[in-house]
Design a binder for this molecule. Sequence first.
Ligand SMILES: [Zn+2]
Length: 362
Amino acid sequence: MLPRLKPISVVRRPAEVILVGRSLELTYLADPDGSVAALLEVLARGAHPVAGLPAAMGERGFTVTEADMAAAVTALDEVGVLLRADSDAGLDPDTRRRYESNLRFYDLFAGLQRPGAAFHRAMRDADVLLLGAGGVGSGVLQSLVGLGAGRVRLVDFDMVEEKNLARQFAYAHGDIGRAKVDAARDWAARYSPGTTAVEAVHERVADAGTIRRLGAGASVVVSCIDSPNDIQLLVNEACFALGVPFVTGGLQYSTLFYWSVEPGVSPCRLCLELNRADEGAAGEPEQSVVLSAEFVNRATGPVAQVLAGFMALETGRYLTRTDPPVAAATYHTFELADGMRTTREPWPRHPACALCGPAAAA
Ligand SMILES: [Zn+2]
């Protein structure tokens, strides 16, 4: 295996070098004699196994042992700046070409133990249950197809209407009147033939049992539907029964939100409901709803695309484990009408939660 330095910036200062890593994170390495900078230059070529590094360093005037080099390579791998020179090994040339930019994205998270190709394979082995083929759902589908997800079961009961064409870019004018799931499946087949298998399920989701049935074998569930009213709790219940994580989100007035739940790991959506009920009981004056806001769809194209993108990224984290899910039991909001203010609020596990509290474990 040939270790190679990732394409990062390295800054030289007197007696030290600075590595500019992912997220522009800086790593300072003492380098009084210049040997670290020399090693980084050698590693940037990715041409030598560890056993060959002493000779390459010798050519630059430094006497080092193989044990020194093994320790240095391990230390550099731990700060996340190395990958295998053959990071794409095992993938056929078509796959390498088709998914080149995805593979380079995965390199950011790859290391000597996990090459970029492993992340792509995890995506190719993915089986996603995608609920909803509207603005957000069809956008998530487009991202999943671009990422090379192996299989998507797409569930929706609606037909394509003219008004959808403002923001549902998987559909064209000629699709009006067709079932969205059929049109979306056909879009995927045209866009990337023979990669993602999209199964179109023309069905209305109204109970947890349906979600459980459709989600059998899924690696993750993505919920992009907003009815019935308790859909989040239904998806939560079904995903706990399946032991499968789920990602969801939506738009309320001008506020985008998304969050996810990983059964067995994170607190669940029922915990959030119970926490809110406690907060209400603890001090808020009694209140009753006088007028309930009528549901109005205000999602423009860019809004649907932004939300679909965040949800697809979170879905990708569950599927490939590039980095830990950022929205597990964490409510993320983006306030589109207020200078793009963002918030991020984790919620705790509720002790009385029937799904994930101590009572459930007993
Ligand atoms: Zn819970």
